[in-house]
Ligand binder design. Structure first.
Ligand SMILES: [Zn+2]
Ligand SMILES: [Zn+2]
Length: 241
């Protein structure tokens, strides 16, 4: 192992020893062994969910499909998200992604696996995570969706496969408009092994569903290469505005 990499690993181990006692939602200090969320944030996470788009699972405030499902060619068959991306959920997602708090992934994985079980998401041939580009992977040291994907797969008794590869190092989607996101993500993914996904039903895992550009692009590549069905499960989703 290269010294830099070793230092990073050690630093990340130390962080994961220290951080479990700080709430990943609001940053308050918690007693030892109290999980990763304080009682208040936990309550936020348990908030009952409002109406959902019957296609992508986005939180909506009207009947029928959400606007983005109505206006876009969709390649996935169905989507599911556990939480609304706001407040403490948002903090936890950002901490997991950008603050080197890898251990949050295990917590997300547990919640997503419970959700998958409770909502009978089954009958998949494989579970796969939305991949990071190797440059981003090198920077961050981990893909925040890998652990949840492995945990959901194991709960569903399904293999976890790295079916996709990110071939273009795209700009982060956060600050882009819907049109820019679509353009940015186009042709960013490729299938690793076409034979492995042929005729297969696949559950895609990601941390957040915003405009849907990323999962739809992944689903497109999977379908064009022979996958028979693609659904996704994300930890959080942005509500329709
Ligand atoms: Zn908190
Ligand atoms: Zn929708």
């Amino acid at each position: 192992m290269k010294p830099m990499k070793l230092m990073k690993e050690i630093a990340s181990d130390i962080v994961s020893l220290v951080y479990p006692h700080i709430c990943v939602g609001c940053g308050s200090v918690m007693p030892f062994g109290g999980g990763i969320l304080c009682a208040e944030c936990r309550a936020d996470f348990d908030e009952p969910v409002l109406d959902r788009c019957p296609v992508c699972g986005r939180i909506i405030y009207h009947r029928g499909k959400c606007r983005s499902c109505n206006g876009t060619r969709l390649y996935f068959d169905r989507g599911h998200s556990v939480f609304e991306y706001k407040d403490n959920v948002r903090n936890a997602v950002l901490n997991c992604k950008y603050r080197n708090m890898k251990h949050i992934g295990r917590y997300f994985g547990e919640i997503m696996a419970d959700y998958a079980e409770k909502n009978a998401l089954c009958g998949f041939d494989m579970v796969t995570a939305v991949p990071l580009h190797k440059n981003r992977m090198r920077q961050r040291g981990y893909n925040q969706s890998d652990i949840p994907a492995a945990m959901v797969a194991s709960r569903l008794n399904t293999p976890c496969v790295s079916a996709l590869e990110r071939v273009v190092d795209t700009k982060p989607q956060n600050f882009l408009s819907r049109e820019e996101r679509l353009k940015n993500i186009k042709r960013a993914f490729a299938v690793r092994d076409k034979e492995a996904i042929k005729g297969k039903s696949i559950l895609l895992i990601d941390d957040i569903y915003t405009t849907g550009a990323t999962v739809n692009e992944c689903a497109k590549v999977l379908k064009k290469n022979g996958a028979s069905r693609v659904e996704f499960l994300t930890f959080s989703c942005r509500a329709e505005d």
